[in-house]
Design a protein around this ligand. Sequence first.
Ligand code: AP5
Length: 174
Amino acid sequence: MKHLIIFGAPGAGKGTQAEKISQQFNLRHLSTGQILREIVDKEILAIMNNGSLVSDDVINQIIKQKIEEDKNSYFVFDGYPRTLKQSKYLDKLIKPEEIILINLIVSSKEVIARLSLRKRNDDTEENIKRRLKIYHKNTKPILDYYKSTNRLYKINGEASVNDVFNRLKDLITN
Ligand code: AP5
């Protein structure tokens, strides 16, 4: 088994699939978005509700603590890493060869449609646009980094939840 990063745009289905994968393969699901929402810190919530990213240092410390709490587990990361700095930091916490990144590819049109149906606090039209902009700005260096170390995989995330899950299971078990 490897540690898995489920990567993709806001609304690509990272959380939905990471949860199913964690149950199927007995991995620990770590969602940075979920962890941040549970911290209920005014400053952090303001950043999230503005569609911006919380600082790398804050996020990296959270992840470090979670990994150290549970050294024997394999993790499925959802929403982390989100910057090149976070990607490199994760490689210091876990042996790089034990981590793969799976990019869930979903078009902007589809993610906007999905998030517009959901009613989370940070799912306003303006916020979704900003999250997508930030995602596109940060994505290439991250994908290049995993590609250069032969740890990059991708699947088409535009299908029913179960079909996407089956594609992921095939990839993980092969
Ligand atoms: P986070 O919670 O990670 O939000 P996000 O990346 O914007 O992703 P979402 O949760 O919106 O979407 P998802 O890809 O998980 O899809 P989901 O399964 O939910 O982060 C929130 C904020 O926290 C960030 O903006 C940032 O401020 C901060 N943050 C978090 N991590 C950070 C980090 N590492 N560094 C810095 N800041 C960080 O599905 C979305 C919807 O689509 C749901 O309604 C779902 O039911 C539906 N859906 C899912 N799959 C399908 C399907 N196959 N077909 C149809 N509908 C589907």
